[in-house]
Design a protein around this ligand. Sequence first.
Ligand code: DAH
Length: 339
Amino acid sequence: MLDKIHSLLSEIDRLSVSNADELEALRIKYLSKKGIVSALMDDFRNVAPGQKREVGMKLNELKQKAQEKIQSLKEMFDGNKEKNLDIDLTRTAYPVSLGARHPISIVKEEICDIFKRLGFSIAEGPEVEDDWHVFSSLNFAEDHPARDMQDTFFIESNPDIVLRTHTSSVQTRVMEKTQPPIRIICPGRVYRNEAISYRAHCFFHQVEALYVDKDVSFADLKQALLFFAKEMFGNETKIRLRPSYFPFTEPSAEMDISCNLCGGEGCPFCKYTGWVEILGCGMVDPNVLDNCGIDSKSYTGYALGMGIERITNLKYQVKDLRMFSENDVSFLKQFQSAH
Ligand code: DAH
């Protein structure tokens, strides 16, 4: 009897069917009341008592295997049947809705591409930073208002650790590790403790550029700025530099471009001045170079920093800053064709 069960086990393994009738025939042959398995169960009475345990176990295995096999053939068969019914190969495909690039990413890449063409390479740094890289190394005096609780998010358990308020922190990270020539562009997210409104958010994005080498001059800075403005906003764009103050640059300036909405004629967007401010810049303060282990007697450098949201607003006239972080698909979809 054991031999018979063994040969049935391998027979069941090899079973296959091509239609529902064949499947039903197999079920009857093996599992019905008059089927093979039932017949063996009846014969079980005649097995010698010493063998009952072994034969009984094998018999159960056979029954289970026959049930499983027939079930799996049935499932395969049902599955095919459904598939066959569902497919209409002539129907046009359902439309696939594609995701769109985020406008901030589009503009960030455009800015980086322009500077890459001037030989700059990308550098990145951490968003959770220490006071040294965000402030002290950049020549912020101990009592500088930018360190004030109003502006900076501090990590509660350690006031020396902050969320970076600008990407200038990446400047010092790179200068500490590298000797000139340095030509880097640093895109990234920054955080400030501001009330959220249509024109301010507690996080936004910046791109920083830094060039340090022998004999880098303000004229080099101005030329890079003009190149950037024309590439970004069109060849007819004019730039204007106004003196300003940043702790880490001396001299410092802010750059305006001719309003790209009215072409400089004057409109509500530029408040009828014909100019809009887009970035801060200047010659790297010698103290900053020395703080980072770069000899300020041999090297000079320029730096600049801009907000990506601001540039994006100028390009696409987005009125409310909050739209950039609301994940509203109908807003984000509009930028699909822009790239
Ligand atoms: N870090 C400044 C800010 O967040 C922007 C800036 C101004 C960066 C002048 C610079 C610079 O590198 O030279 O407002």
